[in-house]
Ligand binder design. Structure first.
Ligand code: PEP
Ligand code: MN
Length: 700
């Protein structure tokens, strides 16, 4: 076997993949023709979920990760939905003009150009693209009929609104007919593989440079030069032929204009999206099966309650808003126009009613138009199904050497293999309605908020109907270790990845953690496996920088009464996992939570992790009674940590199962690919297969 013939094989496999994708899209188009004829809905979530589960199982049998299969199929399903929406939309709009011309700002390879191509991806007939130097010229080209569509960026998830476009939209007679959400991936592009230290000039759009400050701060003696779009910067580097110059732009711009990628993923915030609005001279109709949005611009009188009355119209018609923004009214200082996007189309009765109501409550009302919404709702495989189908999922490494005793004792006694694993059902429903007896005026009390609070950690809701699992190593030790843990958490259906980076110095010799380097590894692993991350923050000064990287901040048991720390985490907009001190009463835990809430951060999750008692045979004593007690006292979600309570892995599974029954909102457990060599808390870390079997029982 030589490398050339292997490469030939790869190429031919890739071609087959492409052919199959095209074939699948054709079939999807036929399916929608059928659905249209039989008045069936566009999407069937149940079917999508079943399909995903079957495919995950088949993938595992072939040695493929559930995570990989899920990602690939999300893209494929998205493409099918897009193709089907196009068919439905062409049905109601009968727009058969061809070729169609799409105007955008910039040159070939600019992000707007790539977004325009993505938007037109499923359109039949030929499409041509025309770049213009400014947004105003894009609008003009469409107004004058030189172009059929114009693509305008309205907002970026890192940089915010693009004000110039907002102002153009308020003046133009064009209609909004579509939107495109485009993932921006900034790359460093140069003539050759120049080392970073040799670069002297970085060229790009000012916004792109502003989004990469962390990367740029590593470059010394490097000047920045601004261009009106990123692709022009690429073109300039090429034309100058100077290897000490580099551009920040998309990989595609590099391909089009002949530069090579030196580094990818430069943006400070890896989740970086730009939303574009597509405009045309005539409004479009939206097939009722297609999820849609309507964009409006309005002004209200300058009186108390005027905006409130306008917004109330949406509530009364049960309409969800996706955007609400204020912009200064051009020419009227300190007066504002409100840009409001809502779910639904003008062809729906409730939207029609809302617009009618708005007419009475506004001084200015402009309907930009209704258009298909770019839906980001994707079917997720449930924890239950992943946890039950762990065949083919990685185990922890075998301990080295025969003298290391197998640390994993059967958790439920002999004979309790996964097949006959007893399931736990929480029994808390029986006492969830205990009345709030205390006359408690605190923000944490159920008196101040009778409904239970749920806290969202990215897409994961803690305190909702689903029992949440947080898992990962005690400490982040290496890239390999945290990636393996992340992969295992993902494959078994866990929700959040944990890992300590700043470790409390329990003794002079204990591992102190990898600090911000560890946090970077944790963040990367979380991103790779699409898991939110939680890590402990030790000092008030670290709160800001850690909150920039982590999705949830943990306040450790030893810091439960560290008031400067509590006050600092109370001032950031990040969920806080507050661990109970082994020396604190439930009341003291609630007092500590109160300190965070009082600073303005209401996203607090309490964690019972064992307290100090006369018992010394276990690391701590898990205070199970505290969990229903806390449910009675507070609206805040509660997590149980059996790992730190037990201190020994043999006890973790039975404690977790017992705790599940008394009704916490989730659990946090420590796992490790090789507990024998863990740098901290090895004896209590579950091996991967123990963790898999725990989840099978927790999610019966
Ligand atoms: C931890 O969860 O990493 C930890 C140190 O736990 P605790 O603060 O509960 O001891
Ligand atoms: Mn630990």
């Amino acid at each position: 076997m030589d490398i050339d013939s292997l490469r030939k094989d790869i190429n031919s496999i890739d071609e087959q993949v492409l052919r199959l994708l095209a074939q699948r899209r054709d079939v999807a188009r036929q399916v929608i023709e059928y659905k249209r004829g039989h008045d069936l809905p566009l999407r069937d979530e149940r079917r999508e979920e079943d399909l995903l589960h079957q495919i995950i199982e088949k993938g595992r049998a072939l040695g493929l990760d559930a995570h990989l299969v899920t990602r690939v199929f999300h893209e494929i399903i998205d493409d099918s939905v897009r193709a089907q929406q196009f068919v439905l939309q062409e049905g109601v709009n009968q727009d058969t003009r061809s070729p169609r011309v799409v105007a955008y700002q910039g040159i070939d390879g600019a992000y707007s150009h790539l977004a325009a191509r993505k938007f037109m991806g499923s359109a039949a007939g030929s499409v041509s693209y025309a770049g213009y130097p400014t947004f105003a010229e894009v609008v003009e080209a469409v107004e004058e009929g030189i172009a059929d569509f114009g693509l305008l960026p309205v907002e970026n998830t890192t940089a915010g609104n693009i004000n110039e476009v907002y102002d153009l939209l308020s003046r133009t007679q064009l209609h909004a007919v579509g939107e495109e959400i485009f993932r921006v991936n900034h790359c460093l592009l140069a003539l050759e593989d120049t080392p970073l230290s040799s670069l002297r000039r970085i060229l790009s759009h000012p916004q792109a440079l502003a989004q990469c400050t962390r990367f740029l701060s590593q470059l010394v003696n490097c000047q920045q030069e601004f261009f009106t779009d990123t692709a022009m910067a690429v073109q300039k580097v090429r034309a100058d032929g100077d290897p000490t110059q580099a551009a920040i732009a998309s990989e595609e711009a590099g391909r089009i204009h002949g530069l090579r990628v030196i580094q990818r993923g430069l943006a400070d915030q890896p989740e970086n999206f730009t939303r574009f609005v597509v405009v045309a001279r005539a409004p479009i109709r939206v097939d009722p099966r297609v999820p849609s949005k309507t964009s409006t611009i309005l002004a209200t009188s300058h009186e108390p309650g005027a905006l409130n009355q306008a917004l109330d119209v949406f509530y009364r018609n049960q309409i969800n808003l996706t955007k609400l923004d204020a912009r200064p009214k051009p020419g009227s200082p300190f007066e504002y126009l409100f840009y409001i996007d809502l779910e639904g189309s003008l062809e729906e009765k409730r939207v029609e009613a809302a617009i009618k109501g708005l007419q009475e409550k506004t001084t200015f009302l402009k309907i930009l138009g209704s258009y298909p919404m770019e839906s980001r709702s994707r079917t997720r495989p449930s924890t239950r199904s992943l946890a039950r189908r762990t065949a083919g999922v990685e185990s922890s490494d075998d301990p080295d050497g025969a003298d290391v005793p197998e640390p994993s004792a059967p958790a439920n006694g002999p004979g309790s293999g996964p097949d006959e694993a007893p399931a736990v059902t929480p029994i808390v429903e029986h006492f969830a309605e205990i009345a709030d007896s205390a006359d408690d005026e605190r923000l944490v009390s159920r008196r101040s908020r009778p409904e239970r609070t749920s806290v969202r950690v990215r897409d994961v809701k803690i305190g909702g109907p689903e029992f949440i699992t947080i898992a990962g190593p005690c400490s982040v030790e290496s890239e390999d270790q945290i990636r393996r843990c992340a992969r295992h958490v993902r494959e078994t259906g866990g929700h959040i990845l944990r890992g300590g980076c700043f470790r409390p110095r329990i003794s002079a010799t204990s591992f102190r953690g990898l600090g911000f380097d560890g946090l970077e590894l944790l963040a990367r692993a979380g991103r790779e496996y699409d898991l939110p991350i939680v890590t402990e923050v030790l000092s008030p000064d670290d709160v800001g920088p850690v909150a920039d990287r982590a999705d949830m901040l943990q306040v450790g048991a030893r810091n439960m009464q560290n008031y400067p720390l509590l006050s600092r985490v109370g001032k950031v907009n990040r969920p806080v996992l507050l661990k109970r001190s082994p020396m604190a009463s439930v009341e003291e835990l609630l007092d500590a939570a109160e300190c965070i809430l009082a600073e303005g951060n209401h996203q607090v999750i309490l964690c019972e992790r064992g307290i100090r008692t006369i018992e010394t045979a276990t690391r701590n004593t898990l205070d199970l009674g505290a969990i229903p007690l806390l449910r009675e006292r507070t609206h805040l979600p509660i997590i149980v940590d059996p790992s730190h309570a037990a201190g020994r892995r043999e006890l973790v599974i039975p404690l977790a199962l017992a705790a599940r029954a008394v009704g916490p909102d989730g659990m946090m457990v420590e796992i490790h690919p090789r507990p024998e060599v863990a740098l901290s808390d090895g004896p209590q870390a579950l091996r991967f297969d123990d963790f898999s079997s725990l989840l099978e029982r927790i999610y019966p």
